[in-house]
Design a protein around this ligand. Structure first.
Ligand code: RTP
Ligand code: MG
Length: 148
């Protein structure tokens, strides 16, 4: 089982789409290993998106991600990183394929509702940034041996 980090961005919280989007991940077979709502400060936002520092959209991106509460979580499942990325769709909502989350709910390059780690290495870095180790819960569910 692999873990990946997701962020319901401020537009997802404001549009009350957190439950609907989370339901898609759960229906796919991913399960929640951690979940919390918080108001992101600039320092955390800049650390999360450090790879984009200096790009023309960086300041606007930090304004956006700190502009309202987010829900951040860890999902666990088979090939969780790649599965979540494919469910998100292309970055720009106008180009994202119908059937993907961004394709179905976003028409914006920036306000695209949801973040997903882009590699197992990114997932490890991001989980350490957003969660204390004890907040990511390891658990077994009795009788779920055929559920993936
Ligand atoms: P994310 O990191 O949030 O999962 O998104 P991503 O991998 O699909 O896209 P990335 O290239 O990492 O960009 C990070 C986020 O920055 C915003 N963005 N704005 N205005 C623009 O040109 C622009 N380009 C990117 C988006 O919110 C994007 O998800
Ligand atoms: Mg990215």
């Amino acid at each position: 089982m692999q873990k990946t980090l997701i962020i319901f961005k401020p537009d997802a919280v404001q549009r009350r789409l957190v439950g609907e989007i989370l339901a898609r991940f759960e229906s796919k077979g991913l399960r929640v290993a951690a979940l919390k709502l918080l108001q992101v400060g600039r320092a955390l936002g800049e650390k999360h998106y450090a790879e984009h520092a200096g790009k023309p959209f960086f300041e606007g991106l930090i304004d956006f991600i700190t502009g309202g509460p987010v829900v951040v979580g860890v999902l666990e499942g088979n090939e969780a990183v790649a599965v979540v990325r494919s469910m998100l769709g292309a970055t720009n909502g106008t180009a994202a394929a119908p059937g993907t989350i961004r394709g179905d709910f976003s028409s914006s390059k920036q306000n695209n509702l949801i973040h997903g780690s882009d590699s197992p290495e990114s997932a490890a870095r991001e989980m350490a940034l957003w969660f204390k180790p004890e907040e990511v819960v390891e658990y077994a569910i009795a009788g779920s041996q055929w559920v993936f």
